[in-house]
Design a protein around this ligand. Structure first.
Ligand code: NDP
Ligand code: OXD
Length: 308
């Protein structure tokens, strides 16, 4: 039985060591050295290879090496083959670090102090207490819940918005389209941790950004396709929004001349907010292989109709 890994080869080398230690009975191979295609049962990938079904007739599951699955064309994966997104503690922990940094930078004015230092200006600013800052997270899944629980420790006034109703200690929960305006109206720092689906594409629209209180900021850690970048520029230039921290853009990378690169109210990072860590990811995948062998659904199995 062969398990094929088709993603970053550096991390792949660590996956190979971990499989050799923890599951030596599995023939673990790194793309493109995949051996006999008819023996391939499992694929861990960011983007699957072309002609997937034809190439791997015995395929039993496709694992995304990331939490997102929007990069996978579901139509290319046979209906009986589960698509499984990555649920593992380290990817959540890294996202917590990124979002906490962004929220603290905005709240305590560190982003503004960069500009003050560049101008040689000694200019103290008054920051509200954390409890007076309303953070709203779009999404209440694996990553959002980890972020919310850490921000809660700092004392931020936290809320989350999701598709289905949730109950999270210390977090004001909003669910469904009809509750979105109320959620936005109480949000000073908006964090996007949604999956990219046909329903969420373009959700960070001019209208949504305009529904945030004046002076609000955006932390965009979802997918570039969520955001109307021109609308963001207008809302920043019109002083409706204060800051935008963008870890994801469309396209990635942005073209060198794109105005977001040099905008004084924008901080861009190259899609590094978080990523799967091999040790914990391999543990999650091996656990899922056991579940599948017992005929149980994998943890993180994607609902193809919802798109995540
Ligand atoms: P989950 O599937 O665990 O959570 C997704 C959340 O989004 C759920 O709470 C879900 O609601 C909510 N949601 C989905 N669609 C809608 C909708 N139409 N309306 C309202 N709520 C909706 O995903 P993760 O937390 O694991 O990951 C979230 C995303 O983060 C990934 O898909 C990816 O885009 C991004 N990501 C970015 C990274 C980076 O480095 N920048 C790294 C990793 C992930 P419900 O709970 O009701 O189902
Ligand atoms: C992911 C990502 O989805 O890194 O895991 O964006």
């Amino acid at each position: 039985m062969t398990f094929v890994y088709k993603a970053d080869p550096v991390r792949g080398a660590r996956w190979a060591e971990l499989f050799a230690e923890r599951a030596p009975h599995i023939d673990f191979r790194i793309w493109p050295d995949i051996g006999d295609e008819s023996r391939v049962r499992y694929l861990a990938t960011w983007v699957p290879p072309e002609r997937l079904a034809e190439r791997f007739p015995q395929l039993q599951a496709v694992f995304s090496v990331g939490a997102g699955v929007d990069q996978i064309d579901f139509a290319d994966v046979p209906a009986h083959v589960p698509i499984v997104r990555m649920i593992e503690p380290a990817i959540a922990e890294r996202m917590v670090e990124y979002v906490t940094h962004a929220v603290l930078s905005i709240h305590r004015g560190f982003a503004a102090y960069d500009a003050a230092q560049a101008a040689g200006r000694w200019q103290p600013m008054v920051a509200p207490l954390a409890g007076e800052v309303r953070v709203g997270v779009l999404g209440a899944g694996q990553l959002a819940q980890a972020v919310l629980s850490r921000l809660g420790l700092f004392g931020y006034d936290c809320a989350a918005w999701s598709r289905s109703a949730k109950s999270i200690v210390g977090v004001q929960c909003f669910a469904g389209q009809e509750s979105l305006p109320a959620f936005l109206a109480r949000t000073d720092i908006l964090v996007c941790l949604l999956p990219l689906t046909p329903e969420t594409r373009g959700i960070l629209s001019d209208e949504l950004l305009g529904a945030l209180p004046r002076g609000a900021s955006l932390v965009q850690t979802g997918r570039g396709g969520h955001l109307d970048q021109q609308a963001l520029l207008r809302r920043l230039d019109g002083d409706h929004l204060r800051w935008a921290f963008l870890d994801v853009t469309e396209p990635e990378p942005l073209p060198p001349e794109h105005p977001l690169w040099r905008h004084p109210k924008v901080r861009i990072t190259p899609h590094i907010a978080s990523s799967t860590q091999p040790d914990t990811a391999v543990a999650a995948v091996l656990e899922n292989l056991e579940r599948l062998a017992r005929g149980e659904p994998a943890v993180g199995a994607v609902d193809r109709t919802r798109g995540y």
